[in-house]
Design a protein around this ligand. Structure first.
Ligand SMILES: [Cu+2]
Length: 146
């Protein structure tokens, strides 16, 4: 009789210990999960400084300027505001690159007015070339980065 009682109490102690171990394991996992969700990870750096520029496509198949000036070495958001016609805005390292079929540095979608799109660039000082891909010989200009 007494042997059975001892055995039973040992078995229930073992279950108790197992239960405690499980609870601890779950609690620890919960802590780890919580620790991984730091609010810092959610904060995406927006364009610091918030430099912006704008160019417009006007009636007459023309940009509102053939010289656009932006800052060097900073993120600049260039907004292309198409007020008339079917146009895009594309930036190239040079006119030679554009004419030679090199890839643009950045370009908007081609869209039918009224539509607004933008590109973000971060360029070293210098002179770059921009154009509308629909009118690549008539709608062109110089992007001056300084
Ligand atoms: Cu155009």
């Amino acid at each position: 009789m007494s042997v059975l009682i001892v055995l039973r109490s040992r078995v229930s102690l073992a279950f108790l210990a197992l239960g405690l171990a499980l609870i601890l394991a779950v609690a620890c996992n919960g802590d780890d999960g919580g620790g991984g969700e730091t609010p810092v990870a959610d904060e995406e750096p927006e364009a610091v400084g918030g430099a912006t520029a704008e160019i417009q496509m006007l009636p007459g198949t023309t940009f509102d300027t053939d010289e656009l000036i932006i800052g060097a070495g900073v993120d600049v958001k260039i907004t292309a505001d198409n007020t008339n016609g079917f146009h895009s805005f594309a930036v190239y390292n040079s006119e030679d690159d554009a004419v030679g079929g090199e890839e643009s540095i950045a370009e908007t979608e081609t869209c039918s007015a009224p539509c607004v799109d933008s590109v973000s660039v971060n360029l070293a000082a210098g002179e770059y070339f921009f154009r509308c891909e629909v009118h690549p010989t008539t709608m062109t200009g110089t992007l001056i980065v300084q």
